[in-house]
Design a protein around this ligand. Structure first.
Ligand code: G6P
Length: 369
């Protein structure tokens, strides 16, 4: 087993560190940034349906649902097609309105999650076309789909999903870019810029992984907290949800993810000197707003751990702990900003003595509804 873990203490840490490679694998044969081309063989035949979609509905569970939320922001911005993101279990049981011209994107690492499988089965019967974004080749959801793109992250053993998530974000970004290009909803210049950004992302993830020792120190400092709050806005809002989920899954600490601006409608009541607040505050269109959110938390003596962009001189003096990540376009930033949150959950779980690869009560793949 030690050999399988490639020298790492746990599969989860190995998989976190594999991400520069797995992202590269997700892009291989698809993205050629210098040539300005993007090829997605698995959706080519369905491109007419896709680019003319009246609506896109993303169905998923767990971490894959968080990837879907990021994709909602990406696809609406790039393609100007309305997108809804649904928990597969809810979507399935409420007799949703679906018809011709609707495209369903099912996102699933295992491709075997029963709720997601059943949801696409019924949507298919109602005439929707199904696109699968799965990691496991030949899995049930992949086979049930009309078209799709594999994430190619390789086998994920740790129950808490890490490399599959960043691979999903990568592939969903490629799908958004491809459809936008075909629809003509993106300028040639922005398209090329984002191809270049995608091309750089695995290198930036490798840089973010160098934060490991620093994040471990932060983990030691806060591991005894009873609750955590995770905040982010825009593209980083789902990253906050994912950071909170990772912490819950493997450290058994209660954690809540929230859109930063929504904090004032509830969670702010919880803020005191005992509450660590992880806030994803990278430089993007919401940056100034997030700075005000940090001030609101500090005014109530909350402990702030901020994920910021390199070169930021405003936030560091305001907060308790700083995690600096490379700059990136906001559309690809989640792939980078989630890395320190994965590491934080990992180190807190390990420091509390838990088996992070096999957290209690959880399964890698949930094949019951
Ligand atoms: C389980 C796993 C999660 C995963 C979710 C969805 O709850 O523990 O890590 O995100 O299922 O799984 P899927 O294979 O459909 O992505």
């Amino acid at each position: 087993a030690a050999i399988e873990k490639g020298g790492y203490d746990h599969f989860m840490l190995k998989e976190i560190f594999e991400q520069p490679q797995t992202i590269h694998d997700s892009l291989r044969g698809r993205l050629d940034a210098p040539k300005g081309t993007l090829t997605l063989g698995g959706i080519r035949e369905h491109m007419d349906l896709l680019k003319n979609a009246k609506r896109i509905i993303i169905v998923a569970c767990g971490t894959s649902w968080h990837a879907g939320l990021v994709a909602e922001y990406m696809i609406e911005e790039l393609c100007r097609i309305p997108v809804e993101v649904e928990y597969a279990s809810e979507f399935r049981y409420r007799n949703p309105v679906i018809g011709q011209g609707d495209v369903i994107i099912a996102v699933s690492q295992s491709g075997e999650t029963a709720d997601t499988l059943v949801a696409i089965e019924s949507a298919k019967q109602k005439g929707a076309i199904i696109l699968g974004v799965c990691n496991v080749v030949g899995s049930s959801i992949a086979r049930m789909s009309d078209a799709g793109a594999y994430t190619h992250a390789g086998p994920e053993i740790g129950v808490a999903s890490t490399k599959a998530f960043t691979a999903q974000l990568t592939v969903l970004a490629l799908i958004g870019l491809k459809v936008a290009m075909e629809r003509g909803s993106i300028s040639g210049q922005r398209f090329q810029h984002l191809l270049n950004e995608m091309d750089q992302v695995s290198k930036k993830v490798a840089i973010a992984l160098k934060l490991n020792d620093h994040v471990k120190e932060i983990a030691e400092k806060y591991k005894d907290a009873r609750d955590f709050l995770y905040l982010g806005r825009g593209y980083n809002f789902p990253v906050a949800l994912e950071g909170a989920l990772k912490l819950k899954e493997i450290s058994y600490i209660h954690a809540e993810g929230y859109p930063a601006a929504e904090m004032k409608h509830g969670p702010i009541a919880l803020v005191d000197e005992n509450l660590p607040v992880v806030i994803v505050a990278t430089k993007d269109s919401f940056y100034e707003k997030v700075v005000s959110n940090i001030q609101e938390i500090k005014a109530r003596k909350g402990k702030v751990i901020a994920v910021v962009t390199e070169g930021d001189t405003t936030i560091p003096p305001m907060v308790d702990d700083v995690i600096v990540v490379p700059a990136a376009d906001e559309l690809v930033a989640p792939i980078i900003s989630v890395i320190p949150l994965q590491l934080l959950a990992y180190h807190i779980g390990v420091s509390k003595g838990y088996d992070v690869d096999k957290p209690r009560n959880l399964a890698k793949s949930v094949t019951v509804e």
